[in-house]
Design a protein around this ligand. Structure first.
Ligand SMILES: O=P(O)(O)OC[C@H]1O[C@H](O)[C@H](O)[C@@H](O)[C@@H]1O
Length: 313
């Protein structure tokens, strides 16, 4: 069901000069342009596809090969992965035993909300910050993957920094378990010059080595396909591009115990949808997550708020 109609949104938010709505093939996009930054966010998946402070390079990467059709998450920006990260069957037993064998076999990767239409509830314009608030209510319905009464809210603040708050509230009577990621695709001029710091000494699950545990030593550089879940990392993560004019990007989060680092490199790139063969050279993912053993258990009446800030420094 489409809950957002272009003309309705244009009417409802006609008094917000920093936000314009537009149709982008089958999807509705919000174009934000305020005194300090610009951004694009789609109603589908509340997916941010562009964030760029004025006078800075774009922070996020979105594939030029996206076709903006309904029901398919955009390749790039920040897809919201929930209520599971990665393949459902790769999650710990406590998460997977909430689903039937049929659901486990057929579950789409990264959960169900990145491809649903979210409801835009508020636009608040402050000096130098435009704030958008989105909601998604998942009612009890045994035909879906998620039988629990849950409301999700997503608050995006576009200013000198990009601030995100992703809140999950359990409105039902049973506790539930979920894994999650804000799957940020970041733009780089050249993957060979990208260095990620802040994860030195952290253990990671290597999805490309039978999910074995390894320990990070020093910074991360990319020399091949990389697909890792770092655990217990509660510190800032910094992306630096050596030899580039781009400022570093600092990623600060709260209530996130994992970070996913991903680059598909040469062979996997050829298999990805909406992804050019050489696109791996200009992107990488640093995902703010609660994945693998860091899944979240939420009791009835409780909520969990994951936050992340992306800032060029
Ligand atoms: O193609 P998608 O379903 O969007 O997933 C893209 C990637 O997301 C994450 O980073 C996973 O760790 C990868 O294993 C996966 O390939």
């Amino acid at each position: 069901m489409t809950i957002n109609q272009l003309t309705d949104l244009q009417q409802q938010f006609s008094d917000k000069p920093t936000v314009q709505f537009e149709q982008c093939n089958e999807l509705i996009a919000l174009q934000v342009n305020n005194a300090v930054a610009k951004a694009t966010i789609f109603c589908q998946g509340a997916q941010i596809s562009l964030y760029q402070p004025h006078q800075s390079a774009a922070v996020l990467w979105t594939s030029p090969a996206c076709d903006y059709s309904a029901g398919k998450s955009l390749r790039g920006g920040i897809p919201i992965c929930w209520p599971w990260f990665s393949g459902l069957a790769d999650n710990p037993k406590t998460v997977t035993e909430q689903y039937s064998t049929e659901q486990l076999a057929a579950a789409p990767p990264h959960g169900i909300v990145r491809e649903l239409d979210w409801q835009l509830a508020e636009i608040n314009e402050h000096e130098n910050v435009t704030e958008l608030v989105w909601f998604l209510d998942l009612a009890k319905d045994s035909s879906t993957y998620w039988p629990y009464k849950t409301s999700l809210s997503y608050r995006v603040s576009i200013g000198k920094e990009l601030n995100i708050e992703f809140n999950v509230c359990n409105n039902g009577v049973d506790k539930f378990h979920f894994s999650t990621a804000l799957h940020s695709y970041l733009a780089v001029d050249n993957i060979d010059n990208a260095v990620i710091s802040g994860l030195d000494g952290c253990d990671y699950v290597d999805a490309l080595d039978e999910r074995k545990l390894h320990r990070q030593q020093g910074g991360i550089r990319f020399t091949g396909e990389t697909d890792r879940i770092y655990r217990g990392c509660n510190t800032d993560i910094t992306l630096t591009e050596e030899g580039s004019d781009n400022d570093s990007l600092v990623i600060s989060s709260s209530n996130s115990d994992s970070a996913v680092i991903w680059n598909p490199w040469i062979e996997k790139s050829k298999t990805l949808s909406h992804f050019a063969d050489d696109a791996y050279q200009s992107m990488l993912c640093i995902e703010t997550a609660n994945a693998d053993k860091d899944f979240v258990t939420l009791e009835p009446g409780h909520s969990h708020c994951l936050t992340v800030t992306l800032a060029r420094r």
